[in-house]
Write a protein that binds this ligand. Structure first.
Ligand code: G3H
Length: 530
């Protein structure tokens, strides 16, 4: 697919390069004078195609990785640091200070989201706004957790004051498709629960963190937020080998998660919060409303060019409706507008990974060789930074496009006659995040729903798969996740219950009373945060 080169609007032009010259450790933005790496966008600034240079980032080494680890360890100070022991209300105040400053950086971050990962303007704005909302919702959820713990329980003559405490130092790694939102859904709850964090931005979507560095620096005590730049292997390996990371928080793929986990010398000490790959299917039953089903499948397969872990990555369509579905679906796929992210109405945008069009082409070639056809006219047409979405039919389980998480614009359609076929495939699959189920007859739907909830963790009835609303649990089975993220669940995932117990006797009760009256402990408190 090709498009005419449209002049870039003034406000989105890259006039000056962003040279990220510092990294954040021990509360200081340290100037880096060593090796740097250039950051390119696959979007061209000229009518003749040429990737656009956006700026540079430091390439830190092992020495700096260990320096940053020490910064986080000092901030934690074996649980005695000011951050892990701080009053909840004071930690919340730091977070509020941060988010207020973050809001002023919306335009810069949105512009970089478009250039760095090719996300269209409305979705880039949504990513930013959703992240700000997530921070406010997290603050409210934490206040509620705190209010619920502002009490004493008593059982078998023992009083207990139970709260949630931090776990220790967190290594936080996010993905390129939501370099702000998904990373912050790990970073923010980890921080607010009292854990210092070492954060390495994703390889793509890295410069957009720069506008927030000063806010990180001035909102939190020194060493609580540490931001490093460089190659994952160079930096994460020594950090994990040290055995001093308490939590690995990663949204990415299971291969990286397994490799990092294996580097920790004491696996039993490492807690993990992982959002991993998925291959969410849609199942279209004979009585599905085809108009809305097609619309949902378009959004599910092709929002952000299919580069979402929650994307619909395989469509099972009942053989009695598959021809009609394919006809309507392919027409809508080919009608989607391709262009640069700031152009009005664009749905398909340049792919940020240089090698992605080639990879998608290989998946298509493999499927064609094994008997599938490309159903849509524009399917598989390659330009410099894009491959037009191809609808492949009929796909079978022997094809690579069935087995691999394509994470891009190619859509396998599988016809089925017996519902046992998709159910069997899902049970055999390595993934178990979500499913979209399209149909109406409750007699058919009921047993299906009862099975599907045990194969995945969210059954979307007549709608595409998605993470939001963020108050709902976001998790998965098998290779798709470890732990649960929602506003509330994330706070639990990054903390542990810890409590003070005291036998009910005059001696202890007098001490507890004095602790409460004098408000000398940050932990023991029955005050309500409103
Ligand atoms: O890449 C996976 C994201 O969690 C998807 O979030 O469903 O809101 O696009 P989303």
């Amino acid at each position: 697919m090709s498009t005419d080169f449209l002049e870039i609007p003034e406000q989105y032009k890259i006039d000056t390069l962003l040279h990220q010259k510092t990294y954040l450790t021990n509360g200081e933005l340290i100037e880096w004078k060593g090796e740097t790496a250039e950051v390119y966008s696959t979007i061209s600034s000229t009518s003749e195609y040429k990737p656009t240079l956006l700026g540079t980032i430091p390439q830190l080494g092992e020495k700096e990785a260990l320096e940053v680890l020490n910064s986080a360890l000092s901030a934690y100070d074996k649980g005695q640091g000011s951050w892990p022991t701080m009053k909840v209300i004071d930690r919340i105040a730091c977070m509020e200070k941060f988010v207020e400053q973050m809001k002023t950086k919306r335009e810069e971050v949105v512009k970089l989201l478009m250039w760095e990962i090719g996300k269209n303007l409305p979705d880039s704005q949504k990513e930013f706004d959703r992240t700000v909302d997530y921070i406010y919702d997290t603050i409210e959820a934490y206040k509620q957790i705190d209010r619920d713990s502002a009490k004493f329980e008593k059982s078998d003559g023992v009083y207990a004051h139970i709260r949630r405490g931090p776990l220790g130092v967190v290594l936080c790694l996010g993905p390129y498709n939501y370099p702000l939102n998904e990373t912050f859904t790990l970073l923010i709850p980890a921080l607010i629960m009292g854990n210092p964090v070492i954060f390495k931005p994703a390889k793509l979507g890295v410069l957009l963190i720069s506008p927030l560095l000063e806010a990180f620096q001035n909102s939190f005590p020194k060493g609580v937020v540490n931001v490093i730049y460089g190659r994952g292997r160079v930096l994460a390996t020594p950090i994990m080998h040290s055995g001093k990371i308490d939590v690995l928080a990663l949204i990415g793929n299971s291969k990286s998660a397994n490799a990092l986990q294996a580097q920790h010398p004491k696996g039993n000490r490492l807690r993990m919060v992982l959002g991993l790959e998925a291959k969410n299917p849609a199942i279209v039953l004979p009585d599905a409303d085809l108009d809305s089903t097609v619309d949902e499948c378009i959004a599910g397969t092709l929002s952000f060019n299919g580069q979402r872990c929650t994307a619909l990555k395989v469509l099972y369509v009942h053989e009695s409706v598959v021809d009609e579905f394919n006809k309507r679906f392919t027409a809508k796929v080919d009608a989607l507008k391709f262009g640069n992210p700031w152009e009005s109405g664009v749905k398909l945008t340049p792919l940020p990974e240089v090698e992605k069009p080639g990879y998608i082409k290989e998946l298509i070639a493999d499927a064609l060789e094994k008997g599938a056809k490309i159903l849509n006219k524009k399917g598989g047409v390659v330009t410099d930074n894009f491959i037009s979405p191809a609808v492949l039919y009929p796909v079978n389980t022997g094809m690579d496009v069935y087995k691999e998480e394509q994470f891009g614009p190619v859509i396998p359609v599988i016809p089925f006659s017996d519902i046992e076929e998709p159910l069997h495939d899902m049970a055999e699959s390595n993934y178990g995040q979500q499913v979209s189920l399209f149909g109406k007859d409750v007699k058919t739907l009921s047993p299906l729903i009862d099975t599907l909830v045990n194969l995945v963790c969210r059954v979307n009835l007549n709608s595409s798969c998605q993470r939001g609303p963020d108050v709902y649990p976001f998790t998965g089975r098998k290779d798709s996740a470890y732990g649960t993220l929602s506003v509330h669940d994330a706070l639990r995932s990054f903390s542990i219950r810890t409590f003070v117990a005291s036998k009910d006797n005059e001696y202890n009760n007098a001490i507890l009373k004095e602790l409460l009256d004098k408000k000398t402990s940050n932990f023991i408190s029955t005050d309500y945060i409103l």
